[in-house]
Write a protein that binds this ligand. Structure first.
Ligand code: WTA
Length: 655
């Protein structure tokens, strides 16, 4: 008996769009290093092109050391410093160019030129040294989107210390978890921050976490709330501004680091189990990030980029801080939520700052859709020339809305696929070079080789969905520390590698399908899979069918198990409250049955104002499954909107 495959909604509805470099608003083709043909013939030598975008104190001896594969080492023998590359080398040509524009929640604005950054980073670096911090020491940073956050990261990098940024929204327990496997020698936080009109006491959260650590840490406290708040500094706690004043004018030369030395630790977003600690190397990470900043985001000196990610996530590390500064660009950093003081904020920020490159998540775009097109259309968005998205499948409908109402049918969209582990974008169309297909993330970048495989690791042909694996190492790949190697091997390399044959295949944890042109469509996380009738279905695949229904903005598909039978349950958000809900319900049932298969016709459909999502904008399926199956809700550390859980339970029980 042959099984009929469900139709893949993504592959059917793709429109192919192509932009010539001229149409893209610039009279040049974006940097196309390691061009495809060369990357095949001369691999890994082609990656030398990415490394050559950096200034090295000592050039490397070997591009790639495979001796301890799969723990590859890139640019071995080379030495460099991240801040030399992000700041010092720009001083001669553009020291008075704006490096960072910050907009605070209360309308405050601050700008820093590259020269300002140089002075403040040097002062903080000297202050850290004054507190006894040296190369290889770890500094945990727990700050919201303030200029002091990138400045402190860079100050660490300047003296060779390793930063460990923890998202400021986390509660003390979550912070402690993220400090435990990293032996921090210092800590940086702030007195508080404003959430809408209320001041949030960040320092109290920090103090609670610090009290539960075994040793006390010298702590730097940034003043965000102003003197009237009267924050008390305890023993070994120092005011950031006073330190900057004390060390003003300090001359701290950048400490050359081995390419393989760690630049930072970071934790994965944790949609499923516990967050994992990742480590990124100095040389390989910076090479990958600077190359993609130029190739995928077309950054060059003076380009203004606004990436809405929090700096606590990898997207913020790579495309708010390192990528743009390495490229001499101007970074826009916006404190607070995109809906405060009102729904005009995102578009006002773009208009006011002349943002050219805008990078956000499908979740944010779906929120903009819910609010309606009148918000972007009442602003002058003509400065935009390139849009990006990351973090989740975007789906053709949302893509089209972004393209039409934000990009004004003028800006290409780069749908970039990557992970905390990969350090930089690995799969994306390059603007001005590749065709764009809504819903597909595009081809792997030159130098990157992917393969879709089945459960037994056999290669699958185009059109067949399976597991997304990466065949060859890449420079900005995860750089495990010694103690990490065992679990890293188990988690990422064991599933599809054949160590005896010395062929190593990195497993991304995602399911995907490739079309005849080599374009990749992400179906979803392997763990976001529902089995119905013995068929494994990616949630994203079901959701793409659901969000094609008129009026539906967002959907999550989860499995409901009762009496040994699994049925499909759908949570959806709607564009306008007054819609005929029963008609939408029927349309959703039909859409899923028609596009994925009759056997997937949803048993329950529930409308909710919001889906539970992580701070980085990923739907938390685990919590929805627990709601549906009446299990207790645990581990919601990473949940951005905890208030929705109670509401969901009420709605679910009512339906
Ligand atoms: C998902 C974020 C579809 C994917 C940089 C991946 C995507 C996980 C896309 C990593 C995309 C990322 N389309 N899915 N363009 N980009 N993902 O570590 O499941 O927070 O494995 O890194 O997000 O999430 P992380």
């Amino acid at each position: 008996m042959t099984e009929e495959r469900p139709a893949y909604p993504f592959l059917e509805n793709q429109t192919v769009r192509r932009w010539t470099p001229q149409a893209f608003g610039r009279d040049r083709t974006p940097t196309d290093l390691a061009a495809s043909n060369r990357s095949d013939r001369e691999w890994p030598a082609c990656w030398g092109d990415a490394a050559s975008l950096l200034e090295w104190s000592d050039t490397y001896e070997r591009i790639l050391d495979e001796e301890h594969a799969p723990f590859y080492r890139w640019f071995v023998g080379g030495r460099l410093n991240a801040t030399e590359n992000c700041i010092d080398r720009h001083l001669e040509e553009r020291k008075n160019q704006v490096a960072l524009r910050w907009e605070g929640k209360r309308g405050e604005r601050r700008t820093y030129t590259y020269y300002d950054l140089h002075r403040e980073v040097s002062a903080v670096a000297a202050a850290l040294r004054g507190l006894g911090i040296e190369a290889d020491d770890v500094v945990t940073i727990y700050l919201p989107k303030l200029p002091e956050l990138p400045i402190t990261m860079l100050a660490c990098a300047r003296i060779g210390a390793v930063h460990n940024v923890v998202f400021a929204g986390f509660a003390p327990d979550a912070l402690v978890k993220r400090m435990q496997r990293v032996d921090s020698s210092a800590f940086v936080t702030c007195d508080g921050s404003f959430r809408e009109e209320t001041a949030i006491d960040q320092k109290r959260k920090a103090d609670t976490a610090l009290a539960s650590l075994e040793k006390s840490l010298p702590t730097i406290v940034v003043d965000r709330l102003g003197a009237s708040h009267g924050t008390h500094l305890g023993t070994d706690q120092y005011d950031y501004n006073e330190l900057v004043e004390t060390y003003a004018g300090a001359d701290v030369s950048p400490v050359p680091r081995k390419a393989t030395d760690p630049l930072f630790h970071i934790h994965t977003s944790g949609t499923t189990g516990n967050p994992q600690r990742m480590t990124h190397s100095t040389g390989g990470y910076l090479a990958g990030v600077t190359w993609t900043a130029q190739t995928v985001f077309d950054l060059s000196p003076g380009t203004t980029i606004w990436c809405t990610a929090d700096i606590g996530w990898i997207t913020g590390h790579s495309y708010v801080v390192y990528g743009p500064l390495l490229s001499g660009a101007t970074v826009v950093l916006v404190e607070g939520s995109l809906r405060y003081p009102d729904r005009h904020r995102p578009w006002e920020v773009i208009e006011r700052n002349g943002v050219e490159v805008f990078y956000t998540t499908p979740g944010a775009i779906r929120t903009f859709m819910k609010w309606g097109k009148s918000f972007p259309s009442s602003h002058d968005l003509s400065s935009l020339r390139l849009l990006g998205t990351v973090g989740e499948p975007i789906g053709p409908n949302t893509w089209e809305w972004y393209y039409t109402h934000v990009g004004e049918e003028r800006c290409p969209i780069v749908d970039t696929w990557w992970q905390t582990e990969t350090g930089c974008v690995l799969i994306s169309a390059r603007p001005g070079v590749d065709e764009l297909k809504p819903g597909s993330v595009g081809p792997p970048l030159p130098g990157i080789e992917i393969q879709i495989v089945d459960e037994d690791g056999r290669d699958l042909p185009p059109g067949e969905p399976g597991y997304l694996t990466i065949d060859r190492p890449w420079p900005s790949m995860l750089a495990p520390l010694e103690g990490d190697q065992y679990w890293v091997l188990a988690e990422y390399w064991q599933a599809f590698s054949d160590p005896r044959a010395e062929t190593w295949r990195y497993f991304t944890g995602d399911r995907a399908v490739v079309d005849d042109d080599g374009y990749v469509t992400i179906i979803g996380r392997d763990d976001d899979v529902i089995t119905i009738d013995n068929r494994r279905l990616g949630t994203a695949e079901l959701e793409a069918a659901i969000t094609m229904v008129d009026g539906v903005t967002e959907a999550a598909a989860v499995a409901e198990s009762a009496a040994g039978e699994t049925t499909l349950c759908v949570f959806a958000t709607l564009e306008q409250e007054q819609r005929d809900r029963n008609a939408v319900r029927d349309a959703i049932r039909d859409a899923v049955a028609e596009r994925v298969g009759e056997f997937t016709r949803p048993a329950s459909i529930v409308f909710t104002p919001e889906l539970p999502e992580t701070y980085s904008g990923k739907t938390m399926y685990r919590l929805l499954e627990r709601v549906v199956n009446g299990r207790p809700l645990t581990d919601s550390d990473t949940l951005r909107n905890p208030e929705i859980l109670g509401e969901l339970i009420t709605i679910w029980n009512r339906e």
